[in-house]
Write a protein that binds this ligand. Structure first.
Ligand SMILES: Nc1ncnc2c1ncn2[C@@H]1O[C@H](COP(=O)(O)OP(=O)(O)OP(=O)(O)O)[C@@H](O)[C@H]1O
Ligand SMILES: [Mg+2]
Length: 236
């Protein structure tokens, strides 16, 4: 579903060049649950943003669902992202003066909203456990509830790929557990390809695909990272 090859991203920060990604290769199968882990500043968010076509790489290629992102024009990338990719941010990014339904429907504001879409938004809010909060604005929702709205918003376009950057980073332990339950449930029932950047290894389960990044590159077992921090599946 996703194939990344020799991906490089260099940022210019003043006079200084920051090599955030230094030749990343990876493949992610359709319907897989993949975790991207690694130290702060290693390039995890940069990689996820490039896969979401939210930014362009310096060089290399990214193919998603058979389409090469780097060969697309800006407008084509926008259309591709709108149709195929759902994105969940750490900071929820909800609009304060819209209620939950309005926030879920946000991706359709440019193209128009009809009754079918409103019904879909409400159904999704029910699925993420917010059937009783549909008319609430973000300020009247807890952090975990706001993130559920954001997940419903990412799913309303019926994407093939769902990308999440530290989706539980602003939540307490219980809130984080609930968000992961919802992400996994949606991934299973929709056959979604789910890619999550996280610091928290307790969410990783046996069959998950784990990609470890260190200093802008995929870490191999020779780097000793896998030995130092074993991945433990805690079913509790
Ligand atoms: N827009 C930017 N301009 C300049 N440098 C950037 C920019 N975005 C990221 N970087 C740099 O690229 C490197 C990788 O950043 P990135 O945000 O991808 O790390 P990360 O693994 O997501 O870290 P964290 O776990 O803290 O979120 C860092 O050194 C960062 O400072
Ligand atoms: Mg990050």
């Amino acid at each position: 579903m996703i194939a990344v090859s020799n991906l490089r991203k260099t940022f210019l920060s003043g006079d200084e060049q920051v090599q955030a990604l230094r030749g990343v290769d990876l493949e992610i199968e359709k319907g897989e649950c993949t975790f991207i882990v690694g130290p702060s500043g290693s390039g995890k968010s940069t990689l996820l943003y490039l896969m979401a076509a939210l930014d362009r790489p310096t060089s290399g290629s990214i193919s998603i669902d058979g389409c090469e992102l780097t060969e697309m024009k800006e407008v084509e990338q926008d259309a591709f992202r709108r149709a195929k990719i759902g994105f969940v941010f750490q900071q929820f990014n909800l609009i304060p003066n819209l209620d939950a339904v309005g926030n879920v429907l946000l991706p359709f504001i440019p193209t128009g909203i009809d009754e079918v879409l409103v019904a879909r938004a409400k159904f999704l809010l029910q699925q993420v456990g917010l059937g009783h909060r549909m008319g609430h604005r973000p300020s009247r929702l807890s952090g975990g509830q706001q993130q559920r709205v954001a997940i419903a918003r990412a799913l309303v376009k019926e994407p093939v790929v769902l990308l999440a950057d530290e989706p539980t980073g602003n939540l307490d332990r219980n809130g984080g557990d609930e968000i992961f339950e919802i992400l996994r449930e949606q991934q299973r029932s929709r056959g979604l390809t789910l890619v999550v950047v996280t610091h928290d290894r307790r969410f990783i389960q046996d069959r998950d695909h784990v990609i470890e990044i260190q200093d802008g590159k995929i870490a191999t077992s020779e780097d000793g990272l896998f030995d130092r921090e074993p991945i433990v599946y805690n079913p509790a």
